[in-house]
Design a protein. Structure first.
Length: 524
């Protein structure tokens, strides 16, 4: 016991012998998923990876360690480093290489976003080559995952606009006073507020130098008027610059987080406080075929409606083939989406937003709704519950948040006077009016007939199993509910690593259960 306090402990086990085989592969079972992972990564191209001085490691080894970490619910670079020292499977993946420290692992994950995306799509194409992906149907769904951001670091567009308005009033009064005090002829313009303040600051700075004014601060010190005006100008300019930067960050959003400016505050399903608290999050889109994730996208938009078209464009660019049937829920429905699918030869299986409501008795009793009126296509008129005609009066245009122009037709009732049903039909004091997009209604009707067909019912059921099931696995089985990294690029890297882990695990399960090339779950 005399040597108990020494720093190195390897001399304590002098009587013990090494029991591990020199080849760690002998300990790992033949059907372990780590072998499948290693084989897949060994057969992909890594030409796009350009490794610098900071990461002097085998690219394939680093990819294997990261993906296998995600396959085993280990997302922290420090935990992956620890497993490389203790876990036999991780040691086997190292293949004799030195254990990378957590900084090396973190840098690799952060420095190669586009390269890791390329690896993901290479694996998807490899699955298609062996018949595991058939490119017939793609099931699309989205969910919100919490960002790695402070929950109280929010900036709201509405609040920022109010502060900007107050600031403009202060700047206008300040310029008026500056004109009187220093005989200037400045004209206030909101669009040029920053430029005007910069000119004032430069002019005041020259006056300070010319008059040799020494700035003072602290208790008992009296500031000159010139110093006060200069400091006020600097303060106004700083606020103006900050609010302008906020507006540039918002884009089409209404909020963002100061600690992760790509994250938007969203209402989450996980509401532990039961008060509807908004959290900084990302909207994650997944495309699933044959049980595999074939595409993903991270976006800052709270809604799914504007995500479908850019998502399909990304899939088309990244994969070698094109899907035929697009299956999605009501959150993706829009005239723009329907038109895009029709134009590019897709078959739409999107559930209309009013699909469930139309089944209810309450919906059928709403006589003021267009769906509950008769339509005369020959004369282009609607007939209300009282038998009166609603005729078209003019066509207009609506521009959506994505910039899409929608042509609508407005219909007006010939007369609502003395109508016994008016109180149930409309709240308007004048005649009943309807605004209809004929193109949207025609495309919606076509998609509706697709989803109620026998094939449509099968595809809708599979969307619930495959797309929603993929999110269930990632959230519940993998326990992934909050991102480790910040910024849309880094978030995309994490989603790609998750998708790679999911696909390789799915392939492993299918191989072991003899369920290869099963693309759809059959209805009972």
């Amino acid at each position: 016991m005399n040597n108990l306090t020494q720093k190195k402990y390897n001399s304590f086990q002098e009587s013990m012998q090494v029991v591990l085989p020199l080849n760690l592969g002998l300990v790992i079972s033949a059907d372990d998923s780590v072998r499948l992972l290693s084989h897949i990564i060994d057969n992909i191209s890594i030409r796009r990876f350009v490794v610098g001085r900071n990461i002097r490691r085998s690219v394939r080894t680093m990819l294997k360690l990261l993906i296998y970490g995600y396959m085993n619910k280990t997302y922290s670079s420090r935990q992956i480093e620890t497993l490389c020292k203790r876990d036999i499977n991780f040691m086997w993946l190292l293949n004799g290489e030195k254990v990378p420290d957590h900084n090396t692992i973190a840098r690799f994950r952060k420095n190669f976003p586009d390269e890791i995306t390329d690896v993901f799509y290479q694996v998807v194409n490899a699955l298609s080559e062996v018949g595991e992906i058939d490119f017939e149907n793609v099931f699309i769904d989205g969910t919100k995952l919490e960002a790695n951001a402070n929950r109280y670091s929010f900036v709201w567009k509405g609040a920022n606009d109010k502060l900007m308005e107050k600031l403009f009033l202060k700047i206008e009064k300040y310029i008026e006073r500056i004109n009187l005090t220093y005989c200037m002829e400045l004209v206030f313009e909101r669009q040029k507020a920053t430029e005007i303040l910069e000119n004032i600051r430069a002019s005041l700075s020259q006056l300070v130098a010319f008059n040799s004014v020494k700035f003072v601060s602290g208790k008992g010190k009296h500031k000159t008027l010139l110093q006060k005006d200069y400091e006020i100008c600097c303060d106004l300019l700083e606020k103006q610059t900050k609010y302008n930067a906020y507006n540039a960050t918002f884009g089409n959003r209404r909020s963002f987080s100061k600690t992760d400016k790509d994250a938007t505050f969203m209402r989450m399903k996980e509401d532990h406080m039961k008060n509807g608290q908004l959290k900084a999050a990302y909207n994650i889109q997944l495309a699933v075929n044959s049980g595999y994730i074939v595409g993903n996208m991270a976006c800052s938009d709270r809604n799914d409606v504007n995500a479908l078209i850019p998502f399909l464009k990304t899939l088309s660019r990244s994969l070698r083939k094109k899907f035929h049937n697009i299956v999605a829920d009501a959150g993706y429905e829009s005239e723009e989406a329907y038109g895009f699918l029709q134009e590019h030869g897709y078959t739409s299986y999107i559930k209309p937003q009013n699909y469930e409501k139309k089944k209810t008795k309450a919906f059928k009793q709403q006589i003021g709704r267009r769906e509950n009126m008769s339509y005369d296509a020959l004369n282009d008129i609607y007939i209300c519950h009282n038998g009166r005609k609603l005729s078209p009066i003019y066509q207009g245009k609506k521009v959506t948040s994505s910039g899409y122009e929608q042509i609508t037709t407005k219909y007006r009732c010939e007369s609502c006077s003395n109508c016994l049903f008016k109180i149930k039909c409309t709240k308007a004091k004048r005649e009943k009016e309807l605004e209809v997009s004929k193109k949207f209604e025609a495309l919606r009707e076509q998609s509706f007939h697709n989803i109620i067909s026998e094939k449509g019912i099968e595809l809708r059921t599979n969307r619930s199993i495959q797309a929603e099931g993929a999110f269930a696995v990632l959230k519940e089985d993998y326990g992934f509910r909050r991102f480790m990294l910040r910024g849309i690029k880094n978030i995309t890297t994490e989603v790609n690593l998750l998708s790679l882990a999911y696909n390789i695990s799915k392939l492993h399960i299918k191989i072991q259960n003899s369920r290869l090339q099963t693309h759809l779950h059959q209805l009972e």
